[in-house]
Design a protein around this ligand. Structure first.
Ligand code: IPE
Ligand code: IPE
Ligand code: MG
Length: 254
């Protein structure tokens, strides 16, 4: 059963504001509920045996929101990390944050560092908060590092870029879930999503739950991941035990 589970799930947790607004409440009420759902989904994924879970928590562009909302989100994040730290350790979950972390207020940075440190010896699920994260900024950072190291053009390949992305060492997301019905990536994992299966649900993040997660996982099981090949090739690969990135031998020209 575990074989059909995605190794890496990434979630674009969207719809907090709308969820609150339809209830005549302030958007911040939606963020509060959203944080609770995030905690539940972290536990659910860990119990399922998911190896990597990435939560898109705050985008590079979210800094453009009204100051009041940004301040609320930062304070919420800080409190959430402080409160959840012991739970993460108890569940053997290793935490890290990726993004332009230097833009975060010191209070959030302190909690991020304390949580990373406290969970560093955990060997279970790897939980990543994409925080102040932008896919374009990630790629720019990788390119800058290649240039700064003076890497010659003929040595720039996928592996060279991957080793300089913020996700270095992590596998690409197999499944990306976006809530709230929006069918866009909003600057999330632009490089890493090249072959991700993308599941969009109209459910708003504060209403997301384990049954919704199971629906996404069931859908994922029905996907045929071809990585550019044909179905016939995949079947042949399976029966011969060939690896995905092995280039097939071309038939000689007629
Ligand atoms: C997602 O919910 C949370 C963050 C982006 C921080 P939104 O706040 O984007 O909620 P909607 O999309 O406006 O409903
Ligand atoms: C994406 O949601 C960012 C996060 C979920 C953290 P947004 O609500 O910011 O995306 P857009 O603006 O609708 O594309
Ligand atoms: Mg949104």
């Amino acid at each position: 059963m575990k074989k059909q589970l995605p190794q890496h799930i990434a979630i674009i947790m969207d719809g907090n504001g709308r969820w609150a607004e339809v209830r005549g409440r302030n958007r911040t009420f939606g963020h509060l509920r959203g944080a609770r759902v995030a905690r539940e989904m972290i536990e659910a994924c860990s119990e399922l045996g998911i190896e990597n879970l990435t939560l898109y928590t705050f985008s590079s562009e979210n800094w453009l929101r009204p100051l009041e909302e940004v301040s609320f989100l930062m304070a919420l994040l800080s409190r959430h990390l402080k409160r959840e730290r012991a739970n993460l350790v108890k569940n053997n979950i290793q935490f890290q944050a990726i993004g332009e972390l230097s833009r975060l207020p010191q209070s959030v940075l302190d909690e991020v560092e304390a949580t990373t440190e406290a969970t560093s010896a955990c060997t279970g699920m790897k939980l990543t908060f994409a925080l102040s994260y932008g896919g374009r900024q990630d790629i720019i950072g990788a390119v800058k590092s290649l240039v700064a190291e003076g890497v010659p053009a003929d040595q720039i390949d996928e592996a060279a870029i991957e080793s300089r992305l913020l996700t270095k060492g992590m596998c690409d997301p197999d499944l990306i879930i976006r809530t709230s019905g929006e069918s866009r990536l909003s600057n999330f994992f632009l490089w890493q999503s090249a072959y991700s299966e993308i599941y969009i649900t109209p459910t708003l993040w504060p209403n997301y739950d384990e049954s919704e997660l199971n629906k996404a996982l069931e859908w994922y099981r029905t996907r045929e991941r071809r990585f550019g090949r044909t179905t016939a090739q995949l079947n042949q690969q399976k029966s011969s035990g060939q690896k995905r990135d092995q280039v097939p031998e071309l038939a000689p020209p007629q």
